[in-house]
Design a protein around this ligand. Sequence first.
Ligand SMILES: *[C@@H]1O[C@H](CO)[C@@H](O)[C@H](O)[C@H]1NC(C)=O
Ligand SMILES: *[C@@H]1O[C@H](CO)[C@@H](O)[C@H](O)[C@H]1NC(C)=O
Length: 219
Amino acid sequence: MLLPLIHKWFLLLFIVKITCAVRTYTKDDLIKLREEVREMFYHAYDSYLRYAYPYDELRPISCDGVDTYGSYSLTLIDALDTLAVMGNYSEFQRVVDILSAKTDFDANINVSVFETNIRIIGGLLSAHLLSNKAGMKLEPGWPCNGPLLRLAEDVAKRLIVAFDTKTGMPYGTVNLHSGVPKGETTVTCTAGVGTFIVEFGTLSRLTGDPLYEEVYIFN
Ligand SMILES: *[C@@H]1O[C@H](CO)[C@@H](O)[C@H](O)[C@H]1NC(C)=O
Ligand SMILES: *[C@@H]1O[C@H](CO)[C@@H](O)[C@H](O)[C@H]1NC(C)=O
């Protein structure tokens, strides 16, 4: 549910940017628009916490939660970096504490490799990289160290088995506990192949382990 809102937010910023050439906005207009975005975000975020957490997503009509992609409180992780962007550092810290209590993502669930990469690994990595801005106590060696980075790496290790194909293009589904399910198809799409460069590249650079980048580029 948060994703369409966040897209809307970027769209709004984009529109503001391109229309600036023909129309000027006063500072007050911009503050008003910013507050509108903030209101939309909190409407979605608070409703998720109230009605859906710890499930993955909120169902806005029935007002309850449902696990969609992996039973890993997807929206909480998805929204984390936005909290930092919004300047809500106390809530950011609260969510980081919840996530840091988790030691790994070991679970007998089949997840989408694509979604888990962009939303869980991507969400954890961007929150990790924003933790200094959010005023968190940083581990020595940050940004090459930290609880969110360790979690991101744990997830990546569970996804990496998906790349064990003839073409090097990943399977679409893995089981977080046992790897690629029997009978999984190699049929995929360009986004399902192309998206990993950002997250896996970042992971390799931060952890110093070339595996993630290599499995992707040199396979
Ligand atoms: C941060 O978010 C939480 C949850 O929505 C809210 O209760 C709190 O008032 C927010 N704090 C700030 C500073 O915006
Ligand atoms: C995962 O997928 C495989 C293959 O379709 C299936 O046999 C297995 O029961 C699924 N596991 C879960 C936990 O849904």
